[in-house]
Structure formats: structure tokens, C-alpha cells
Design a protein around this ligand. Sequence first.
Ligand code: R5P
Length: 327
Amino acid sequence: MAFDSRADGKEPFGGRAVQIVAGNSNRTLTDAISAELPHPLTRSSVKRFADMEVFVEIHDNVRGQDVFIVQSTSAPANDNLMELLILTDALKRASAKRITAVMPYFGYARQDRKPGPRTPITAKLVANMIERAGVDRVMTLDLHAGQIQGFFDIPTDNLFAAPTFARDIELHMDITRLVVVSPDTGGVVRARALAKRINCPIAICDKRRERAGESQVMNVIGDVAGMRCVLIDDIVDSGGTLVNAANALLAAGALEVYAYITHGVLSGGAVNKITSSKLKQLVITDSIAPTEPVKAAANIRVLSIASLLAEAIGRTARDESLSSMFK
Ligand code: R5P
């Protein structure tokens, strides 16, 4: 696993030198981000030694520059995290002025509290590691819980896919008789934010999870009979939450069920579960590089968030507001 990107020269960006460095987690997304910025990717190599240790080399001068590393800590989460830490170390030692970790998907985010005695808070541990490696700021998207920003003592920007989703819904769907549905009580704020943008009511599934990876919908709160439902969530992993919610909504009289979910983790048999479900369509972003089965799935569509991230990187480099992107 290795890549070698080419840089033909650096353009100034808002009067400052900006560089984009790619980890291996999602090269297609990083290329798309870089294509929207006036800079080719910084040349770097991320390689493995025979024993699978990671080795990194930055081939362009980064001294005194504003550097953005794009790396999702998706599966293989530990390898991608180590790549991010090692890239950061290399850039720090090469005298980069400021290092921003652009993490479209922040892995381990669901381990954000102690679910029982003698268990870790791994999201906090990961935040400590990133900070300790020398990252100056973090940019991420639809964090599982906004409070994770507080695990860092450096500026952390949590971007939202909601405006991208709202535009896509308005483009592809008839928004009369549409209801935005949260698949669990934890996602109500997210559902309300999307519903406000497209001027629709909301409904909530009352999900119970006895064990990790197994969920059950107990009740549907709100009026979904005769309505087109749009489920909104941050993560689809096993697909259990999504398919159970879709079934419960159809059983409650919904006409059709669609879903917009930011991070397509889609582990194990999730893609099969979704393609063989009654879900009309699942839209995910490319925060995690889509696998071949995901690309081939008839009822899964991938929406790129490259423009959103490119815009946020540009604004960060120019010290401009990010919140105004979401008004
Ligand atoms: C849970 O709080 C998250 O927002 C997602 O609903 C959950 O991670 C989805 O997991 P799965 O697809 O395995 O049910």
C-alpha cells in the first residue's frame, strides 16, 4: 500500500501557503478536495515495511506552511489512525506552521462514555493521541456526539452534511407529504435541523439496544401514515437500526422510506441487509471510501462532500467563519 502524488508548484492561498496531504484512507475524496483548491496535493509517501509498520515521507517543503492532512479513521481504524499520527509527526518535525487534521469520519466516536464499570472512553484517548502527536486543529463532519469536541483542547470544527442532504432532497424528491424521521431519540436534534431546512414535520423511532449491534424499534412517535419518510442518522454500521426503523415506519403506514446517513461504515453483511430490505434508497456521503459492493448496490447512492470540505479548508486557511456556511 503506497502512493506518490505529484506537485507541480504551490500557489499562494489568501496570501498564505497551504498544503493538502493525503493519508491512504480515502484518496478519491482527497483528490476531489484538492481539485477544488488552487493547489496540487503535497507529494508524500505512506508505505508499509515488511512487518507492516507505517513509514511516511513528505517530499515537498512544508516549513512555515498551513498543512491539512485528510484522513478518515474508518476501517482499518487503527492503521488509519496510526497513519494520521505518523504523518502529523513528520510534518511537525518538518516545521509546518499549523497542522489541521481533516477527519471526515472520526472513528471510535461511539465510545464516548463509559457504558459500564471498567470500560474505556476511547474517543477521549484518540483525541489525546491526535493532540499529543502535534495536530493544531481538527476538522470533522457530523460527529456522533457534538460534545466530543470538548475532548480536544485545540479548536475543533464539526461540519454538517445537512445542507448537502437538504439540497439533494429538494432536487430528487417530492417534498409534499414528507416527514423527516430520527431512528432513535439521540438523533432528534439532527432530524429537527434537516426538517427545518426543508420545512417538513418530524417523527421519532423509539429504539432500544440491548446489545451492541442489535436494536429493536418499540414505537413510532409522530404521524407517518400515508407519508414519505426520510430517515436521518450519522452512522449506518450493521444496518440494523436503519432496516428496523424502515420496517417499523412501513408497518405504521408510511408510503415509502428513504434514508440520508452521513457515514457509511457498512460493516459485515450490512450492504446485503440494505439491498434486500424495503428501503427505497439510502444516500450516504463519501466521508468513508465506498467499497465496490456499496458502489454496486442498487438502492445505495453516494453523495460527495468534497466541495463542503474544500470550502471549509479554504475558509480555515483564510481565517474566515465556518458557521456562516451552515446558515
Ligand atoms: C447510534 O447512536 C448511531 O447514531 C447509529 O444509529 C448506529 O451507530 C447505527 O448502527 P447500526 O447500523 O449497527 O445499527
